[in-house]
Design a protein around this ligand. Sequence first.
Ligand SMILES: [Zn+2]
Ligand SMILES: [Zn+2]
Ligand SMILES: [Zn+2]
Ligand SMILES: [Zn+2]
Length: 245
Amino acid sequence: MAASLEEELSCPVCTELFTDPVLLSCGHSFCRQCINDHWTSSRSRNCPVCRQLSPQPPVSNLSLRNTCESYLRENNTRKERDREHVCQIHGEKIELFCQTDDKAICSECKDNEHEWHETQPLQQAVRQRKSQTHMTERRIRMEFEKKKEEESRISALNEEENEKEANLERRIQEGKQSLSDRVRELENLSEDNDITFLKVGSHTHTLAKYTLPDAEALIDVPKYLGNLKYQVWEKMKDVCPYCEY
Ligand SMILES: [Zn+2]
Ligand SMILES: [Zn+2]
Ligand SMILES: [Zn+2]
Ligand SMILES: [Zn+2]
């Protein structure tokens, strides 16, 4: 198969792999240099294979050129691979694996410096390695998945907590706002008319006790609320110095 492919990719004139192949109108391809030389020597533009004349100038056979190039590339890597599979010392095929030295060796190596070492066929060693790698990979992947799951749970939890905190903060701000509004109302009242203020004085009880609705039910309320209550009370004292609670 490989040989026939190489034949397919060979120029009929020079029998080498095509170099810059051109296509004639008869359908045959040749190296550009080969067909030019042939035409010069035969003094007619005939095809070296079928003798048909080509009145048109030859066109580059791009697909053939690409195929030749990739064939060459593949051939080179195969040669390199083959070289890797040959013992650098003995030139023999490497087909054993020395477990003592953790090294691939040839049969000559085995008969010499690795004589008393534990060896096994290379293929077998490769299979074992592969399944070990596979298992390690699977374990790592499973642990990774577990970790990811944990992290996503934690971040979901964090999100919930952040939301709660933001909610509380908002309510506290709202509470502060409405409290200071009420206090300002009171202040205005007292400035306007002492009597009116005394009349509404009974309401100051409720005002002083004014707390943030629901906020206490949430988290660290005393930190905010305790302070707030005190501030309000201080203000109330100024507003209504003779009021006894
Ligand atoms: Zn040629
Ligand atoms: Zn031809
Ligand atoms: Zn060797
Ligand atoms: Zn060895």
